[in-house]
Design a protein around this ligand. Structure first.
Ligand code: MF3
Ligand code: CO
Length: 251
């Protein structure tokens, strides 16, 4: 069952998502050489709590932090710790906040100081692939129309999309139906209906899409050690244009 949110629920969801987007922005501003990933996690944790919200990821399936911070060849679920960011790193930040009964979920990859032209292109293509998918976030289209648009754009730029993790419905639960893969043939999966809220999150690798999970059970890295980037927003299907909920305007 895919949850259709009513206007009252959507009002809460917009608030949760604004807090989440502001948390992502705060994390992004902190990305610079010399800052440790646990400093970012602590600042974001405290920000979310000060907003009266709860970090969605903290203790989720045993996850030990409020933010996932995934550097360079780490794709997702990097656990913040003592690592000190270096000039040239690319830093994926993924964060969720729970407020008035609803979750927001968003991510982005930020440059640490000056980065290579190759890394910059990877970040830009990853972000743009979300917006290619967004063109299909409209009533009547099917979920895999989004997936197909993302994959087509990413692969036309010579990169690969991660297969073993996907986007998802989001709302009262962090992970709801349906799954939103970043690959696949168009015209499959549920039809989109106004009131559905989706976390669309392309994870894009420079090389192979194969992943490896480290012994901590979370940290997910590229199998070939090449770079990876991530971009995610929580979006609402409406009668017309899709609404990106994880925006900071009006906070
Ligand atoms: N944005 C990721 C997701 O939707 C973050 C989950 S991290 C976890 O799956 F720690 F909460 F699992
Ligand atoms: Co997500």
């Amino acid at each position: 069952m895919i949850a259709i949110k009513n206007e009252r629920e959507l009002a809460f969801m917009r608030q949760a998502c604004k807090i989440t987007a502001a948390a992502r922005a705060l994390a992004g501003e902190m990305v610079r050489p010399g800052v440790s990933t646990e400093q970012i996690d602590k600042a974001v944790h405290d920000f979310i709590v000060r907003q009266g919200a709860k970090p969605s990821f903290l203790h989720y399936n045993g996850y030990p932090a409020s933010v996932c911070i995934s550097v360079n060849d780490t794709i997702i679920h990097g656990i913040p710790g003592g690592y000190v960011l270096q000039e040239g790193d690319i830093v994926s930040v993924d964060v969720g906040a729970f407020y008035k009964g609803f979750h927001g979920d968003c991510a982005a990859t930020f440059p640490c100081g000056a980065i290579s032209a190759e890394a910059e292109k990877l970040i830009n293509v990853t972000k743009q692939s979300f917006f290619e998918g967004l063109r299909f976030v409209r009533r009547g289209h099917r979920v895999s129309d989004i997936s197909h648009a993302i994959q087509t754009y990413v692969e036309s730029n010579g990169y690969s999309v991660v297969r073993s993790f996907v986007g998802h419905g989001v709302g009262a639960q962090l992970h709801e139906e349906p799954e939103v893969p970043n690959f696949g043939a168009p015209g499959r999966g549920p039809r989109l209906i106004p009131g559905m809220t989706l976390a669309i999150e392309p994870m894009v690798n420079e090389g192979t899409y194969d992943v490896r999970i480290l012994k901590d059970g979370w940290t997910t890295v590229t199998a070939d050690g090449k770079l990876s980037a991530h971009y995610e927003n929580t979006v609402l299907i409406t009668d017309g244009e899709p609404e990106i909920l994880t925006v900071t305007e009006g906070l």
